[in-house]
Design a protein around this ligand. Sequence first.
Ligand code: HEC
Ligand code: HEC
Length: 364
Amino acid sequence: MKIRLQRLFLNHRIESTKRIIAGVIFAFAAFLVTGAGSNDPLMDKSRHWFKPIPENPPELIDNPLTPEKIELGKMLFFEPRLSSSWWISCNSCHNLGLGGVDQIETAIGHGWQKGPRNSPTVYNAVFNISQFWDGRAKSLQDQAKGPMMAGIEMNNQPSRVVQTLKSIPQYVKYFKASFPGEPDPVSFDNLTKALEAFEATLITPGARFDLYLKGDPTALTEEEKRGLALFISKDCVKCHKGVNLGGGSYHRFGAEKSPNAEIMPRQDKGRIVITRNRLDEYAFKSPTLRNIELTAPYFHSGKVWDLKEAVRIMGTHQLGIKLNERDVDDITSFLKTLTGRMPTISIPQLPLHRPETPLPDSSN
Ligand code: HEC
Ligand code: HEC
């Protein structure tokens, strides 16, 4: 935009039509700067509910991002020796080449065990108010401890993880560089800080919807705009708003009508287990809808593969309305404009183990 503007204004032989175009672009740029109305009521409304993903990773509380820490976090994200089997890494279930998920119903972990819930995406997770479907971890750093210790996921112990990392000299060096001046840099806590730092970089700016929010009315087609208008007018925004179109609040799955026991298995009672509040029975964090077309199957049960079907279910079970097929199509088209630019990630080369490294647990 800036370059185009400059070119227009530097050209001394602007013809009158070009001048008009320049004027329009200028007015448009001016409102962007001043934040004034856009002459596009839908754009104004959208800006009230949503925010674009920033181009750069957000600052983290008590965990400054440094290139060393981010690189170490990346190695750890791909490091299967954080699991007792040496076979499962964070990337096994949050595959960064598959939208940050595993694209299976519910996660498979240690000893081929099947977990109870679908793996949510790690992309843009940094913008969620909490982590996990039930929000039981308040930060990414907190969250990262869970899978390493979970028997059905990586099945390890903090002491064994630290022993493993300390036995590998390159890791000791990288932890020192990431946590300078600390007397004992290779710790379980610092491991989770490095993972959090890397995860903060897993953001996907530049979705077409974000270009629209930033002022480009041509970024969405008419059908997508109809879908966006419906998403707002039908009240999807009640639970899916902000930067992540979700990730900010908890709601009963089946606020209006409980889904069947296949889609919402009755044994998983959701957030009530954390809060002990009866109102949180079957409540889950409304998930982000960013990159939603890449992260099937849907819902915490992973039972729904078709995005249109997920939208229909939201209509009947969260809103108590039956969306007609055209509305479903339009909303689904809109949801597909939420796919952003994936960060470029090179696969890290992981340092070799040493004779002191605890060997994989072969009991399973
Ligand atoms: C065996 C598969 C598996 C492995 C390995 C695994 N995860 Fe997960 N992850 C899941 C599942 C399943 C959930 C949801 C669990 C729940 O909500 O109870 C989850 C949730 C998350 C979330 C929360 C996202 C959100 O929106 O709530 C983040 C972040 C995350 N994992 C990061 C990691 C990191 C970092 C590692 C490595 C230390 C890791 N995961 C290892 C399966 C896995
Ligand atoms: C009352 C709150 C609420 C409303 C209204 C609502 N949702 Fe949801 N949405 C949720 C919750 C909670 C979940 C997660 C349910 C679960 O899996 O337990 C969810 C899940 C989804 C999913 C699946 C996401 C995933 O990663 O699995 C999609 C898609 C979705 N909603 C779209 C919509 C659309 C479109 C509308 C409007 C037609 C809508 N939602 C209205 C709360 C809501």
